[in-house]
Design a protein around this ligand. Structure first.
Ligand code: GDP
Ligand code: IMO
Ligand code: MG
Length: 423
């Protein structure tokens, strides 16, 4: 019984793909359980870079079973493109499994995502416009189309007809957009369905049996704790549950089957999309982190907002996920910055705040209280063990550990799967 869950501990893009790929070398199964192609997980192997959106980052190992669980939302065109790209690179898809209950993102979801963002104007969320929110809305409304419906042409036709009639009314009358043509959508998507059908099965059984048989199972989180629909910085969140609890619902297994929860964070903080960000750096240091860390979205290419590390966020991630360890990536990006800051509390109206606020209006006006640490100048990208790091870099990681109350077990010093220090 050795399932390990890996979650993003900040606002996403913490290097989960890289960390999963490293751990997957010893795993029998890697499972995605929430989100969809809004995720962009990068794996670097030598001079080859893989950008994965829906397919679990364990796919690079030929014997690892890769599961896309019932809690995900699947864009057929996007996943098929991803599958093609992997096949062209010689990666086998023989172990890819898609749950029959996963919901399908259809063109009207993407259209409504774009149109509703446009209508919100300055109050937009800054979504990836992949149709994620509208697809989860249909799931909650119980009108969604699941993989099991999708791969049955008759059931799909009926459900698509019913949905498209309503969605076209919304698209045209509410948003002033252009109606979608049933025949064109049906034809295109029936072709996708036929290509995906061989991968569809009940993955809850597979995951359960693997864990029961004492196989090494890894759950790959997408997004991050602060993007969680319930506990994140609502409404600037995604529409699923990127926190550890999301794995149970989204993979169809119970909480007693997960042993450890590893939170992946960066040595600083980033965020794409709108919403509050107390330690954001709107200055040269922020620009430097963005440039050196190549902080541009894997899915949308948008520049990521950058800022100092925020301990209140890591403590929040420890609490809401029950983290048993942290992996801190991108320590190398901070090399050369003379003085580094870590936020250990907020100050508002003369009061110190130690827990990340529940509501974004409470966050407004919160000023970060920083501690300052010495930086280091040495190139750390070739370092092979934690002990070899410069004293200041070690002290930085030890400070994260002490302030967050969670052991740091892995440290990233570069994007390659080799550039990782175990502790
Ligand atoms: P994910 O969504 O959490 O999987 O993260 P992304 O792949 O969207 O973004 C993380 C970026 O940082 C990718 O470009 C990774 O290749 C890169 N990366 C991961 N770990 C490290 C690290 O330790 N150092 C550096 N320099 N880059 C890293
Ligand atoms: P990975 O798995 C960073 C953000 C979007 C937006 C909000 C809602 O690569 O860490 P959505 O399209 O989900 O409705 O957008 O969530 N977002 C992410 N930010 N990393 C991600 O995934 C994200 N997935 C969604 O930018 O602010
Ligand atoms: Mg990403």
């Amino acid at each position: 019984m050795s399932a390990i869950a890996l979650v993003g501990a900040q606002w996403g893009d913490e290097g989960k793909g890289k960390t999963i790929d490293i751990l997957a070398s010893k795993a029998d199964m890697v499972v995605r359980a929430q989100g969809g192609s809004n995720a962009g997980h990068t794996v670097v192997v030598g001079d080859v870079t893989y950008k994965l959106h829906l397919i679990p980052s364990g796919i690079l190992y030929p014997d690892t079973v890769c599961v896309i669980g019932n809690g995900t939302v699947i864009s057929p065109g996007v996943i098929l493109k991803e599958m093609e790209t992997l096949t062209e690179r010689g990666i086998s898809l023989k172990n890819l499994k898609i749950d029959a209950r996963a919901h399908v993102i259809l063109p009207y979801h993407v259209e409504i995502d774009k149109l509703s963002e446009l209508m919100r104007g300055k109050g937009d969320i800054g979504t990836t416009k992949n149709g994620i929110g509208p697809c989860y809305m249909d799931k909650a409304e119980r009108t969604g189309i699941r993989m099991c419906d999708f791969i049955n042409p008759e059931v799909f036709r009926e459900k698509l007809k019913f949905n498209l009639e309503i969605k076209n009314k919304i698209i045209t009358a509410v948003y002033g957009g252009t109606a979608l043509d049933f025949d064109a959508v049906y034809k295109e998507y029936c072709d996708y369905a036929a290509r995906l059908a061989p991968f569809v099965c009940d993955t809850s059984v597979l995951v359960y049996e693997a864990i029961k048989a004492d196989k090494d199972v890894l759950f790959e989180g997408a997004q991050g704790a602060l993007l969680d629909l319930d506990v994140g910085t609502y409404p600037y969140v995604t529409s699923s549950h990127p926190t550890a609890g999301g794995f149970c619902v989204g993979a169809g297994i119970g909480p007693t089957l997960i042993k450890d929860v590893l939170g992946v964070g960066k040595a600083y903080t980033t965020r794409v999309g709108k919403g509050p960000f107390p330690t954001e750096l709107d200055d040269e240091t922020g620009e430097r982190i963005r440039t050196v860390g190549a902080e541009f979205g894997t899915t949308t290419g948008r520049p990521r907002r950058c800022g100092w590390l925020d301990i209140l966020i890591l403590k929040f991630a420890v609490r809401v996920n029950g983290l048993t360890a942290l992996a801190i990536n991108k320590l190398d990006t901070l090399t050369g910055i003379e003085k580094l800051k870590i936020c250990v509390a907020y100050e508002k109206n003369g009061q110190r705040i130690h827990d990340f606020p529940t509501d974004i209006s409470e966050l407004e006006g919160c000023k970060p209280v920083y501690i300052e640490l010495d930086g280091w100048k040495e190139d750390i990208t070739g370092v092979k063990s934690f002990d070899e790091l410069p004293a200041a870099a070690k002290a930085y990681i030890e400070c994260i550990e002490k302030e967050s109350g969670c052991p740091v077990k892995m440290v990233g010093v570069g994007p390659d799967r080799e550039q990782n220090l175990f502790r």
